[in-house]
Design a binder for this molecule. Structure first.
Ligand code: CA2
Length: 150
């Protein structure tokens, strides 16, 4: 069984570290990718880390994950709160989905407290900044097991 985890990032996450650092932290997305790669290595997980500003590209990547990824970690950014298309694509998967948000979306504007992604996710990690991605990898590692033959 593959131990490849697809880590998907949605709109504006390419701007991390440049503004709103009090909300999202100082790490750039490239810093987060590096920390995911190093953490995943220790867990024996292969990472495919991507970002797009396009809703349709996210849907296509989720569809393409069928049969190729063991799990998905997704921070869909603002699309989390609006996209039924992303929800439908996630629901078509038969691998675990862990949702990540850098900020605690429940402590912010009311429109951020609703997430369509959550409806398809095994669980949600929010409010831990960049550490949330590493926590999600830990959760995925538990969910998909060691991959060792018994
Ligand atoms: O907390 C999160 O991870 C979010 O998914 C981040 C999204 C936001 O729309 C969600 O409600 C919560 C925003 C992505 C980053 O936006 C930036 C905009 C300007 C400068 C830096 C980051």
């Amino acid at each position: 069984m593959s131990r490849k985890v697809l880590i998907l990032n949605g709109p504006n996450l390419n701007l991390l570290g440049t503004r709103e650092v009090e909300i999202y932290g100082r790490d750039s997305l490239s810093d987060i990718e590096k920390s995911c790669r190093s953490h995943a290595k220790g867990l024996g997980i292969e990472v495919d880390f991507r970002q797009t500003n396009s809703e349709s590209e996210l849907v296509t990547w989720i569809q393409d994950a069928r049969g190729t990824a063991a799990a998905i970690i997704i921070n869909a950014g603002a699309y989390s709160h609006t996209s039924i298309a992303i929800l439908d694509a996630l629901k078509a998967l038969d691998v675990p989905v862990v949702e990540v948000h850098l900020s605690n979306i429940f402590q912010r504007e009311s429109f951020r407290a609703e997430s369509y992604v959550s409806r398809a996710a095994k669980g949600l990690i929010a409010g831990f900044g960049a550490q949330g991605y590493r926590l999600a990898l830990d959760a995925i590692s538990q969910l998909i097991g060691t991959g060792a033959k018994t």
